[in-house]
Design a protein around this ligand. Structure first.
Ligand code: PLP
Length: 376
């Protein structure tokens, strides 16, 4: 196993924090609630010791996780492991399932976590490219060509980070069928689920395929990323066990207070109310962003079908997303956006409406307009 090395996405994120931006056009998480929103439902006598709680996480919370994924009657709480965010769930699965020489297929563009960890595990990467001209779609023929008897995992995001495109039930079923022919796992990071715009939530892969792994968290649709509270759902008891064993040698157990708050947030009525509010705010902001992009001659995009972010192509004399993102952080603009180069696409930027009111979306768009003019 090799040392884990920094990837440009995180490198740029670290740099941008130092620049102290005032507006944020790249965030992917909904507006965060405050602790006060939960106080009335929290028990002040709750022990902050952990003993006596299941290693897999609070049973009631695991029940809510199954319900939010639409998996009632298909999966049960034993199929869930509560983790430190979707990121830890992905980490545990990637680390336990991949061995040197195994092949993993990742989507391009896609969330870079699998690349970084699979590479350090000595796995071989196959790149499944989305086609921008057809709305960032994925071709099953291309997948058939990439899959070999050594393929151990297909790793995807649904909705996709960064394009916001969805994989529907039919597509997911076909991906699972291709994977099943070689016994490969299909891990779908469903961290943006719940934020679909003109579609219902897409089916969770854990319900469609025995070797399907659904990962998710309360970070994005509920804005609770600071809780570090996520999950892995899989009907294969061996994988849940292997993940739990690896976790014992890192963070050991789940975050007890985070679990208590997430359990409240995911109670059915509360979840429905929160999502309705977040969806209304986010949809209005996405409409604003979409209008800005469509009216601007130097920008174009395929609007996201889900989630709060999309990938925007740059036209005209702007050289690259890197140049634009770096200039955006300068004192005249103090605006955060993400260069497409972090996703292997130099002529794109990732724009998003996450972060709530603190993101200063309107001011950010005005600054971006000035910044784009500065390239004339
Ligand atoms: C696709 C994807 N997966 C996982 C994460 C991390 O989520 P969490 O806060 O649940 O660990 C992110 C964060 O941006 C993401 O975009």
């Amino acid at each position: 196993m090799e040392k884990v090395r920094i990837q440009s996405f995180f490198e740029n994120l670290l740099k941008s924090v130092e620049a102290e931006p005032e507006s944020f056009l790249g965030f992917s998480q909904a507006e965060a609630p405050t602790l006060g929103d939960f106080l009335a439902d929290l028990d002040p006598q709750m022990s902050l010791d952990w003993n006596g709680v299941s290693f897999q996480g609070l049973p009631a919370l695991r029940g809510h996780v199954i319900a939010q994924a639409g998996l009632e009657g298909v999966c049960d709480p034993d199929d869930v492991l509560i983790t430190a965010g979707a990121a830890e769930a992905n980490y545990l699965a990637l680390r336990q399932l991949l061995e040197p020489g195994d092949e993993i297929i990742v989507e391009r563009p896609g969330w870079p976590q699998a690349d970084v960890l699979a590479t350090s595990n000595g796995a071989v990467m196959g790149e499944w490219w989305r086609d921008e001209a057809s709305g960032w779609s994925l071709s099953l023929d291309a997948l058939e060509e990439l899959v070999t008897p050594r393929t151990r995992m297909i790793f995807l995001t649904n909705p996709n980070n960064p394009t916001g495109q969805l994989l529907d039930a039919d597509m997911l079923g076909q991906i699972a069928a291709i994977a099943a022919r070689v016994g490969a796992w299909v891990l779908i990071d469903e961290v943006y689920a719940g934020l679909e715009w003109d579609h219902p939530r897409m089916p969770a892969i854990a319900g469609l395929y025995e070797r399907g792994i659904s990962t998710g968290s309360v970070s994005k649709a509920y804005g609770l990323q600071g809780l570090r509270l996520g999950w892995m759902i899989c009907r294969d008891a061996g994988l849940i066990r292997d993940a739990l064993v690896l976790r014992e040698y890192s963070s050991q157990i789940s975050n007890h207070l985070g679990e208590a708050i997430a359990e409240i947030a995911l109670r059915p009525q509360r979840r429905a109310d929160m999502l309705a509010r977040i969806r209304a705010d986010s949809h209005a902001n996405l409409t604003l962003l979409g209008g800005f992009i469509e009216a601007h001659p130097k920008l174009s995009w395929c609007p996201p079908q889900g989630g709060l972010i999309g990938l925007v192509r740059l036209h005209g004399k702007i050289l690259t997303g890197d140049v634009l993102a770096a200039r955006a952080l300068q004192p005249e603009y103090k605006t955060f956006l993400i260069s497409g180069s972090s996703y292997g696409l130099a002529q794109h930027i990732r724009l998003g409406v996450g972060g709530g009111r603190a993101a200063n979306l309107q001011a950010g768009l005005e600054r971006l307009a000035d910044l784009l003019d500065s390239f004339d």
